[in-house]
Design a protein around this ligand. Structure first.
Ligand code: TXA
Ligand code: MG
Length: 321
């Protein structure tokens, strides 16, 4: 199958209605989308990604009205919460309704939804009468794609169409909030900060990002790999690290004293964690393709987007070669 890249919305709509897959842009990362209510289309997603089918998918909707028609029970705060944070990088887990096939939620009794904040994809979602199941458009375990070329690199010949909506503004996946219990629980750190959520709720949220249930591939300890090992240090250890010739450096903004002649990336020259998040996956890809054999990185400050970046770095560092 030859993979096309383009901005042709009607082609994307045509393929999706036929049960085919299309990679779609979002504000976080590119998704690999199919009709989330069609089990055959969903099966194609797992197959194209080489993803084990025990990992549930997020359903993407254009607005809350469409979600309401499919919701079974809703926590009292949900509507206001969605109004505040969506369209945007927050995914909500709620009780599953019967219209959603088991393969989409991999048998779970809950399902995840979000309203992505990307004009082209919102237009696409409005034009079809089903939600799109869309995991990040990378091969299983690999770095998430933040532009159409990244998608092409990993999924060429596996999907018919990539809808090109430019580079993703945020660059790190949505935050996942489990709304099925009495109190919400953060299940994945992402582009909506814990601080913003806690301000809205008015209390500290429970965090279960390594839940015993291993519900998310984002929760698998090894994920987001750029294809070479990453070693993750505290900032001080990173500063003192004595490199050999095969090392590359990744930092927030500092320059390593022995950086000369090594490939290196500063995620944000002025230490801005939002900018660092936007650049993260692209930087990992770049270093993964350089001639170096391992990446020497340091942890980000544990605040704002730093939590999401550290989560990705930690899981990428856990990949064994
Ligand atoms: O920003 C994003 O969320 C991107 C874009 C494309 O929307 N999507 C994304 O999808 O990151 P994916 O499949 O790579 O990660 C979705 C995560 C997975 O870790 C999955 O296990 C979790 O959401 N998830 C989905 N449904 C769930 C459920 N019912 N309970 C718990 N976790 C769930
Ligand atoms: Mg993913």
């Amino acid at each position: 199958m030859k993979t096309q890249i383009g901005k042709d919305l009607s082609e994307a709509i045509r393929l999706l209605k036929l049960g085919e897959l299309v990679s779609i842009p979002t504000e976080t990362v590119y998704g690999l989308a199919g009709n989330g209510l069609n089990p055959l289309a969903v099966a194609k997603i797992y197959d194209a990604k080489k993803r084990p089918s025990f990992n549930p998918l997020i359903l993407h909707f254009p607005n809350f009205k469409r979600i309401q028609s499919i919701l079974k029970t809703t926590p009292p705060y949900l509507k206001d919460l969605v109004e505040r944070f969506s369209p945007g990088p927050l995914t909500y887990i709620v009780e599953k309704s019967n219209e959603i096939p088991d393969i989409t939620t991999s048998g779970l009794r809950s399902f995840a939804f979000r309203i992505p904040n990307h004009p082209l994809t919102l237009e696409l979602l409005r034009a079809i009468d089903f939600p799109l199941a869309a995991p990040s458009a990378n091969l299983f375990g690999m770095t998430s794609p933040t532009n159409s070329t990244h998608v092409f690199d990993q999924l060429k010949d596996r999907i018919p169409y990539i809808l090109d909506g430019g580079s993703c503004k945020l660059g790190v996946e949505s935050t996942i909030l489990d709304c099925t219990g009495d109190k919400p629980v953060i299940r994945r750190f992402g582009s909506t900060t814990k601080e913003d959520l806690e301000t809205w709720f008015g209390y500290n949220l429970a965090i279960e990002v390594n839940g015993p249930k291993a519900l998310s591939p984002g929760m698998l300890s090894a994920h987001y790999s750029p294809g070479i090992p990453i070693e993750l240090f505290s900032e001080q250890e990173w500063h003192n690290f004595l490199p050999d010739e095969d090392c590359a450096f990744l930092s927030l903004f500092k320059i390593h004293p022995k950086q000369m002649n090594h490939p290196y990336i500063q995620l944000s020259l002025n230490g801005d964690l939002n900018e660092a998040a936007t650049n993260l996956f692209e930087s990992l890809r770049y270093l993964g393709k350089s001639n170096c054999k391992r990446i020497i990185a340091h942890r980000m400050p544990e605040e704002g987007l730093g939590l999401a970046i550290n989560d990705r770095l930690q899981r990428a560092a856990a990949t064994r070669f």
